[in-house]
Structures are given as structure tokens and as C-alpha cells.
Write a protein that binds this ligand. Structure first.
Ligand code: C2E
Ligand code: CA
Ligand code: CA
Length: 644
């Protein structure tokens, strides 16, 4: 019984008169009582059930809350993953397209749209078939693409790849593979890469491996391949063939004076001219540098080859318009014949080259057939090359020194170092003989470095003697001057032998200076900063632009011997020399006259304020040991006799 129930019974007993409860009202009271009891129980039940369900409700609510949060978290994750997926897809360089089994477009990226010039609107239908038609319309070979598309449907389990070319010239590499989910194929993923650049560089690489980049003519290896092929054909058909080797005379000079860019342009123009002159059965290639090589098949007689060679020589003789001026070229040509001169490509090319050298040695601008004696000549050149190498190793070179005399004081304040080659058996070889060969064989830099070292060593050795203040001029060839490490090399040698920089002078020719004015200025400035002085050698024989005198940091100008030789007899030379001296002085440049052989010339030069004279009148170049007597003796020493 509940508390409420007991309370109710007590109230009824207290308020009802005695006995009533046993009277007729009893059943009623009993009923009320029962009703109260029932009510009480119901209420308690209700209360309990209400209490229970609110607990449950709050538990459920909490659970629901947890669920909602979890769902929210998952939704956020999904959203992030989706945006990551889109960002990733859009960031790839490949076009991506995903299609389901019902041929509906599932997803694609921006690159895909751009690759085919599509927009999102146009793919709203999500119909892969309609998309396919749009793609096929852009293909150069739609039938190939159709086959590929069908293959992906016929063999859905495989990965497939194909290369398609678009009408606009692009190449697209298509790769597609099935998309699996829970062991079943859901559709296909396509990945499309634009490999046009790769294709282009592949094609270019193929072109460049067979063609010369500058002239676009076939290159040496392509020519050799074709020649080999033509030789087997000639052998089979019993026909003759000519290999024609062509070298532009004086190209190097033009390249040096006008600069590499114009040199390149000249080669392009020459290549075009040659190509325009040759008949169909002739192949032309660039052999290298300023050399071209041709092959003439099905020769009826050797005269045909000569005729073609002469025609080419003539056409190349016509002036070329370069740097707003007419540039003249001549050509030396050599011809070797199959089968008379050789049967292999290598032999024929070598013999045509020898014949070309023969043409050069016969005064250039002519054409020569190969002759057996040339083999001996070529061997001689090889010998020289070998010998120069040996001479460097075995110390067969020596420096002679020729004084340069100050015309005011009559004293020799400097000397020019001139190289000599001591023959193993005795006697000397003049530099005029081996310097050009050394330049041709690329040995001139080694020689130049040897000269620099030896000159510095000599200056150092004069320390403490009457010659200790003498400065030495060293000849540096154009090739060496352009070498990147020249300045560093000089600095290093000066330091090694503790030679004051002002005691070293560099003599360079005009052609070395003119090849690339920017680099030249840079090198000359570096030399000046270091304290090394520079002289222009053989002035008047080369480009002779007085213009550069005012902008280049040059200290001395050496007027070429050819002007000095007939100074007294040719009034034009006199005028020229006078003008050169005056202009040079205006720019603060000292003038040296080369090859001075007579007292009259000395007097004449002196009267025109020439600063320094050098020549046999004072002394021939002499070994270092003979210098003290010359330099420290009386002013204007008498001519000396020496080996050269
Ligand atoms: P170069 O630099 O113009 O040298 C002057 C040449 O003229 C020297 O010839 C010299 O002996 C010669 N000579 C000097 N005075 C007279 C004269 O009064 N009359 C005559 N007839 N000749 C005179 P060398 O020593 O035979 O040198 C010839 C060329 O060889 C030089 O011309 C120079 O270009 C080159 N050479 C000499 N030594 C070297 C060197 O160490 N390195 C480089 N790269 N070239 C050198
Ligand atoms: Ca010189
Ligand atoms: Ca000279």
C-alpha cells in the first residue's frame, strides 16, 4: 500500500461519523477508496512510466546526437575528400575521364575539358557516347580511335593504350583501365596525356641526329650512311661515283673579323647557294666548320664532277651580302673518284679531303683531283702535328728576344719574345712554318701557354741583373685570346714567378680583337686592371677600323712591316703611317714601327713622332743570353747576326 493510500484511509476514518463506514455508504466508500487506490496506482505507474520514458528519451536523444555528429563528421570528411579529389584531378597534367558501365560520365577534370576545348555545360548530359562523337571529330584518324574505343568495350578487363593524333597536330596518349569495386567492374578510367612536346623533340632529335642544325643540310654521319648505300649500289650497277670536298677559303678570317653570328649566316647562305646549284642525283652535306661534302652518283665520266665543282666555285665567288657589306669568298675543292681512288666511304672522303688541301696549297680558289702523291703530303702534315706535340714535351722550343727601341732615348726598354724550334738534328725552324700548322691542329694554345710561362720565368731570372726592368711582349694567337682561362692563366704565371704585371705585354692581331667585341673588351679590361699592357700587332693588314681604338683599352699599336718597308719610296704609305701615329696619339696609344731595317727609316719615323722602333736595324731576335750585350750597350746597337 502506498503512503498516499494509507493517508486516504486515515482521512476517511477521521472525517466520517462512527458507524457510517459500516452503513449503506460502505460500498460507495469502498468504491471511492478503490477508485483512489486505483488512481494512486495508475498515477504512480504513469509517473514511473513517464520517468522511464524521459530517461530513455534522453538516452536516445544522446545517442541520436552522437549519430548526428558522426554523420556530420563523415559528411565533412566526404566533402574534403571530394574537394581533394577534384583539386587533385584538376592539378594533374593529364586529362581524366571516368565512365560507368552504362556509358555515363562519372567524373572528369579541367585538363580533359581544356584538352578537347569542351566546357562543363556541354557535358551536362553525362552521355559518354555523345562525348565520344565529339572527341572523334577532332581526331586525324577517327577510325583508329573507334577501334580503340571498341577494344575497351570488348575487353573490359584489360588496360589499353593508344596514341592519337589530333587534327591540330597535337598527339594525345590515351590510357584506359577498368575501375573495380568489390570484385566487379564498375566502368573505366581514362587518362589522356598531351605528348606533343615530347613527340616534337623526338622528331627534332631524329632530324638533328641526321641534319646539321645551322644549315639544315644532312650532317657528316648522314652523309656517310648515304655514301655507303650509294657505293653498294654503284658496285652493283657498275657505275662511277665522285666525292667532292669543298672548303671555303678565308672563312675563318670573316668569322674572326665580323663575328660568329655573321660567320654562321655566311655558312647558311653558302649552303643555300650550293643546294640551289646541284642536280637531283647529287647529295650535299655539311662536313663540319666551313667544309661541305658532295656525292655525285651515276657518273658518266670524271669531267662531270669537275664541271659541277667549277660551277659551285663560281657561284660561291659571287659576293655575299653580310653586315651591310659585300663579302667575298673563294673555295678550294678536292675530288676523289670511285672506284679509281678508293672503294670505301672512309677512303673516298679522306682522299677528297687531301685533294682539297692540295687545292689550298696551290693558291686556293681552285679544284684538284686526288693524286697518289697527296697521300705523302698528308703524312707530312700528320708528322708536323706529331712533332709539335713532341717538341712541347721534350722542350725543343726556345724564346728569342728582339729589342724595341725608344726613339727618343735610343734605349731598348722592352723586347718581343719570338718562338723558335730547335731541330733535334741541329738548326732552327721558323715560327712562320709551324705556327699556322699549330693553329690548324689546335695546338696553338699549348704553345701560347708554354711561351707565357717561359717569358715569365725569364723575367724572373733577370731579377738583380741590368735587364731587370725590361718588359717582355708575348704573341697570343686569336684562338688563344678567346680561351676562357687566358686571363687567369696569365695571373697565375705572374704570381708564380713574382713578375710585376707591367713587365708583361700581350700582342694580339686585329682579327683576334674583332671577333667578338664584347668579350674582347672584357678581356682587355681584365688585363688592364691586372696591370698587363696590350698591343695590336700587324696593324694595317686586317680590319683596320680606327674606330675601335677609341673604345678598347689598348696601350700600343704596332704598324705592320709592310707599311714600314716602303715608307721612303711610297708617299701614300708615309701619309698613312703619319695618320695612324696621329690618331693613335689622340687616343693616348703608343706607336711601334715593326720591321725597321734602315737608319733612314728610323729618322723618318722619329720625325713623325713614332714612339718605338723594332727591326733588324737594331737587332734580329736573339737568344736570351745575347740580350745583355745588346740592351745595356750603347744606344742604337749595331745589327746582330743570329740564326734567324
Ligand atoms: P710578328 O709577331 O709580326 O713578329 C715579327 C716578325 O718579324 C718576327 O718573325 C721577326 O723576326 C720579324 N722581323 C722583325 N724585324 C724584322 C725586320 O727588320 N725585317 C724582317 N724581314 N723581319 C723582321 P718571326 O720571329 O719569324 O715570327 C713570325 C711570326 O710568327 C710572328 O710575327 C708571329 O705572328 C708568329 N710568332 C712568333 N712567335 C710567336 C709566339 O710565341 N706565339 C705566337 N702565337 N706567334 C708567334
Ligand atoms: Ca708580334
Ligand atoms: Ca707583327
Amino acid at each position: 500500500m502506498s503512503d498516499f493510500h494509507r493517508l486516504l484511509q486515515r482521512q476517511i476514518r477521521r472525517h466520517l461519523p462512527d458507524g457510517i463506514e459500516k452503513g449503506p455508504l460502505r460500498p460507495f466508500l469502498e468504491a471511492v477508496h478503490q477508485a483512489y487506490i486505483q488512481f494512486d496506482e495508475d498515477r504512480a505507474l504513469l509517473e514511473r512510466s513517464l520517468e522511464l520514458s524521459s530517461d530513455e528519451l534522453s538516452a536516445r536523444y544522446k545517442e541520436l546526437n552522437r549519430h548526428t555528429q558522426a554523420v556530420e563528421r563523415t559528411r565533412r570528411h566526404l566533402e574534403q575528400s571530394l574537394s581533394l579529389l577534384h583539386a587533385t584531378l584538376d592539378a594533374t597534367c593529364d586529362g581524366i575521364l571516368v565512365i560507368d558501365n552504362d556509358q555515363r560520365i562519372v567524373i572528369y577534370n579541367q585538363t580533359f575539358l581544356e584538352m578537347f576545348g569542351l566546357d562543363r555545360q556541354s557535358l551536362k548530359h553525362r552521355n559518354a557516347r555523345r562525348l565520344y562523337a565529339k572527341l572523334a571529330a577532332q581526331m586525324r584518324h577517327p577510325d583508329e580511335f573507334e577501334r580503340y574505343w571498341q577494344l575497351t568495350r570488348k575487353a573490359p578487363e584489360g588496360a589499353h593504350e593508344c596514341l592519337v593524333e589530333l587534327r591540330d597536330g597535337r598527339y594525345i596518349d590515351c590510357y584506359s583501365q577498368p575501375r573495380w569495386h568489390q570484385g566487379r567492374i564498375q566502368g573505366r578510367v581514362w587518362s589522356l596525356s598531351d605528348i606533343s612536346e615530347l613527340k616534337k623533340s623526338e622528331q627534332e632529335a631524329r632530324f638533328h641526329s641526321y641534319n646539321d642544325a645551322l644549315t639544315e643540310l644532312p650532317n657528316r654521319s648522314a652523309f656517310t650512311e648515304r655514301l655507303n648505300h650509294a657505293l653498294s649500289k654503284s658496285q652493283h650497277d657498275r657505275t662511277e661515283l665522285a666525292v667532292i670536298f669543298l672548303d671555303l677559303d678565308g672563312f675563318k678570317y670573316i668569322n674572326d673579323t665580323l663575328g660568329i653570328e655573321y660567320g654562321d649566316e655566311l655558312l647558311r647562305l653558302a649552303a643555300r647557294r650550293i643546294s640551289s646549284q646541284i642536280p637531283r642525283h647529287v647529295t650535299v652535306a655539311r662536313y663540319g666548320g666551313d667544309e661541305f661534302i658532295l656525292m655525285m652518283e651515276g657518273l658518266s665520266n670524271s669531267f662531270d664532277a669537275l664541271l659541277l665543282a667549277e660551277r659551285l666555285r663560281n657561284t660561291l665567288q659571287q659576293p655575299f651580302r653580310l653586315a651591310e657589306q659585300d663579302v667575298h669568298l673563294t673555295t678550294s675543292i678536292g675530288i676523289a673518284l670511285y672506284p679509281t681512288d678508293g672503294k670505301s666511304a672512309e677512303t673516298l672522303m679522306r682522299k677528297a679531303d687531301m685533294a682539297m688541301y692540295d687545292a689550298k696549297s696551290k693558291g686556293r680558289n681552285n679544284c684538284q683531283f686526288y693524286a697518289d702523291e697527296l697521300e705523302k703530303l698528308s703524312a707530312h702534315r700528320m708528322q708536323i702535328r706529331h712533332n709539335i706535340r713532341r717538341a712541347l714535351k721534350e722542350n725543343e722550343f726556345e724564346l728569342f728576344y728582339q729589342p724595341k727601341v725608344d726613339l727618343e732615348s735610343g734605349q731598348a726598354t722592352s723586347v718581343e719574345a719570338l718562338i723558335r724550334w730547335r731541330k733535334p738534328g741541329g738548326g732552327w725552324i721558323s715560327p712562320a712554318e709551324f705556327i699556322p700548322a699549330a693553329e690548324e691542329y689546335g695546338l696553338i694554345v699549348d704553345i701560347g701557354e708554354w711561351v707565357l710561362e717561359e717569358a715569365c720565368r725569364q723575367i724572373h731570372a733577370w731579377e738583380g741583373t741590368p735587364l731587370e726592368n725590361l718588359s717582355v711582349a708575348v704573341n697570343i694567337s686569336a684562338q688563344h685570346f678567346r680561351k676562357a682561362h687566358l686571363v687567369e692563366h696569365i695571373r697565375e704565371r705572374l704570381e708564380r714567378y713574382m713578375v710585376p704585371a707591367h713587365q708583361l705585354e700581350i700582342e694580339i692581331t686585329e682579327s683576334a680583337i674583332m671577333s667578338d667585341l664584347d668579350t674582347t673588351t672584357q678581356i682587355l679590361n681584365q688585363l688592364r686592371e691586372m696591370g698587363v699592357t696590350t698591343a695590336i700587332d700587324d696593324f694595317g693588314t686586317g680590319y683596320s677600323s680606327l674606330n675601335y681604338l677609341k673604345c678598347l683599352p689598348i696601350d700600343t699599336l704596332k704598324i705592320d712591316k709592310s707599311f714600314i718597308d716602303d715608307l721612303l719610296t711610297d708617299s701614300r704609305n708615309l701619309t698613312l703611317v703619319e695618320a695612324i701615329i696621329n690618331i693613335a696619339h689622340t687616343f693616348g696609344i703608343k706607336v711601334v714601327a715593326e720591321g725597321v731595317e734602315t737608319l733612314d727609316t728610323v729618322c723618318m719615323l722619329s720625325s713623325y713622332s713614332c714612339d718605338v722602333a723594332q727591326g733588324y736595324y737594331y737587332s734580329r731576335p736573339v737568344p736570351a743570353g745575347e740580350l745583355p750585350a745588346l740592351v745595356t750597350g750603347q744606344p742604337c746597337p749595331v745589327p746582330n747576326t743570329s740564326p734567324i
